[in-house]
Each structure stands twice: as C-alpha cells, then as structure tokens.
Design a binder for this molecule. Structure first.
Ligand code: NAD
Length: 354
C-alpha cells in the first residue's frame, strides 16, 4: 500500500446496473419522492425519452430535449424555465455527459433530486463536478448539490452508441482511471477501482468495434466506465485532464476524441515520475510499454490520429503551453515548457508517444 496516510471519502449514491434497468425509472422516482418529473436529454434521445415518459406515467410533467455539449448557461436557463413552469420536483436525465451536465446545472440552481441514465462512457454521473460555459468561457466547480441521487446503468441504452464514439468515450473513461492512480490524493480503494476499470475497458473496446451489438462487451465497457467515473469523482486529476480542458475550452474540440488523442502522450510525460504506477499498469495490461499500448488501442478503435485532425490550429500548441505554465497545477512531474511543447506537438501531428 502506497500513499500513506490516505483519506477515503465515499460519495452517497444509489446505482442500479443491468440490462433493461430503465424500466425501474418510475420506482426510483417514487423512492425519491418525485411527483412531477422533468425529463432531460439531447436530440438523439427523444425517442428513449418518450419511452421513459410512458414508464413514468402520471409522474411525467415535461421533457426538455435541448441538452448540448459543455453545458451553455442559455440552455440551462431554458430548461430551468420549463421546470418552474411545470412545477417539477425531480429530474430524470438520459444521455451522455451533455445531458448529465444539464441535469447537474439545474440541480445546482434548484437542489432538485436527479436520476441519471447514462448512454456514453464519460462518467459525469458519478461526480460532484459541473462544468458550465458562459460567453465562450468554461468554468468548473464542485458541489455536493450536483451529485445525482440515483444512477441507472442500462446496458441496452449504450447498444446504439456509434462505434467511433464508443471507442473514444471509452478511452475518456480510461483517462479518469489512469490519472486517479497517480493523483496527489490517490488511495488504495480508488486504485483497485481504477485498475479494474482499465482492464474492463481495454478488453471491451476492441470487441465493441468488431461487433457493436456484442452485449457482453457493452456490459464490460459500461461497468468499466462506471468505475472510472467513481475515480474521477473521488480524487483530483492532473496534466492529462487539464490539457484536455484547455484544448476543449480554447479550440472547441470534441471532448472524448481529444481525451483519446492526448492520453498516451500525457502518460508518457508523467511516466518517469511514477514508476510504481507504471509497473501496476504494465501488470494490469500485460504489456511492456503502456503509452505505446494506449496509442495502439487508439489505432485499433479508429480514434482520430492527432489534434490537427480535430481542427486544432498549429499555433494552438504555443497557446496551450503558455496557459499550462501560467496557471500551474499539481502534477507528478513538474510542468516543463520545452517538454510540454514536444508532448503537444506529437499529439498534434499524431506521432507515437515518447
Ligand atoms: P455527449 O453527451 O455530448 O454525447 C456525444 C454525442 O453522442 C452526442 O451527439 C449524443 O447525442 C450522442 N450519443 C450519446 N449517447 C448515444 C447513444 N447511446 N446512441 C447514439 N448516440 C448517442 O458527450 P460525452 O462525451 O458523453 O460528454 C461530454 C460532456 O460531458 C462534455 O461537456 C464534458 O465536459 C462533460 N463531462 C463532465 C464530467 C464531469 O464530471 N463533470 C465528466 C465527463 C464529461
């Protein structure tokens, strides 16, 4: 056991996990004392939202299907107006991190209880963290108010997540677990969850790409994503997440794809400072070179090669390095300008990590 002494704090949450579990939404709403439920989702999930509204029956008070990535406050205000007009006393959110983010933004303002049904592997449903965008600036805060009361993982809801999104969203989850292993406030419980989640996802993602309807692989990926979400909510993140946050905020890059491209490079950067973590990762994955294995996993799941392909401007490398050095944060290896520049250049071009 390393990281002595450590602090472990479990977050209060109820989780249902299985196939077809979305049929429990009404019971869970009643359990939380909801009588007028607002359903939140993005345009892709209006059909599922209709199905859940029928399950909810007389508890259903309205649906808002305008959730968008990075939780713009204008969208939150529209949903909030509907919640007030319909006198809602609870929220059911269906979707990825965008729908969950909207639910959390409403909970922050109203303290309404939330039930979340995730459809991607982003893991936001497990965290007390909310990122919101106002006037093009994304800010993040932690508040117990935004933590969902109940999360219903239904493997069936993830079955039609398109293959390319499944892969990169799964790597986004692996990134939470990798950074949890070397967090400043790491602890042995979170390490167990992190390694288990990495193993589950590394096995499941190529299988999903080979056959998107492979229910066992979908189950493994959702299980791994759940555990990764717990890790993200439990301990602090460092270089990888900070770089992705800067890239997303500065260049409006897609969330999961950016995480997939950056992860092998961020881990290679930190590797010299975290020999014990690298040994555990090598052991868990059965490989000698973990950053190279993650880079190859990206190739296998068809992730974009580099940040250039995702639309990042080349002078963005300098801007990103300057932002990182100007607002230093804790990282196992100090932030060094030249090395960060080299890391981002490789990620930009799609080169292998080194
Ligand atoms: P998302 O929710 O925007 O979903 C990505 C796309 O996939 C959308 O177009 C969506 O409609 C579609 N989609 C989702 N599930 C689908 C399914 N099952 N079938 C078909 N299409 C589906 O993206 P995301 O990657 O899940 O979440 C990203 C957002 O979440 C970002 O804003 C990010 O900042 C936030 N996030 C927050 C936290 C946190 O702890 N606060 C954690 C992770 C992500």
């Amino acid at each position: 056991i390393s990281n002595l002494p450590f602090v472990y704090e479990a977050l209060p949450m109820r989780v249902l996990f299985g196939v077809g579990t979305r049929s429990s939404a009404r019971d869970e709403a009643l359990r939380l004392g909801m009588s007028r439920v607002l359903i939140l989702c993005g345009p892709a999930h209006e059909g599922v939202a209709g199905e859940i509204s029928r399950e909810l029956g007389d508890l259903h008070a309205g649906t808002y299907a305008g959730a968008r990535m990075h939780t713009p406050v204008e969208v939150t205000e529209q949903a909030l107006a509907l919640a007030r007009e319909r006198r809602c006393d609870g929220i059911v959110a269906i979707g990825g991190g965008s729908a969950t983010g909207l639910a959390k933004a409403l909970a922050l303002r109203t303290d309404l209880p939330q039930i979340v049904l995730p459809t991607t592997y982003a893991g936001s449903e497990m965290t007390p963290i909310l990122g919101e965008t106002k006037g093009g600036v994304k800010t993040t805060q932690r508040s117990a108010k935004v933590l969902p009361e109940t999360v219903i993982y239904d493997v069936d809801l993830s079955m039609d997540l398109p293959v390319h999104l499944s892969g990169v969203s799964g790597i986004n989850a692996i990134a939470h677990s990798v950074e949890a292993l070397y967090a400043r406030d790491a602890n042995p419980i979170v390490a167990v969850l992190a390694l288990e989640s990495i193993r589950a996802l590394v096995n499941a993602l190529p299988a999903i790409c080979a056959d998107p309807h492979d229910r066992a692989a979908r189950t493994g990926a959702l299980y791994g994503a759940w555990l990764a979400g717990i890790c993200l909510g439990a301990v602090g993140m460092s270089l990888h997440h900070k770089l992705c946050h800067t890239l997303g905020g500065s260049f409006d890059m897609p969330h999961a794809e950016t995480h997939a491209v950056v992860l092998p490079h961020a881990l290679a950067y930190n590797a010299p400072a975290i020999p014990e973590v690298m040994a555990r990762l090598r052991d868990a994955l059965g490989v000698d070179d973990v950053p190279a294995a993650l880079y190859n996993l990206n190739r296998a799941i068809g992730a974009p090669r580099g940040l250039r392909e995702l639309g990042m401007p080349e002078d963005g490398i300098d801007r990103c390095v300057e932002l990182a050095v100007a607002n230093p944060y804790w990282n196992p290896r100090p932030l060094e300008r030249a090395q960060l520049h080299a890391l981002l250049t490789r990620a930009y071009l799609g080169d292998a990590p080194s």
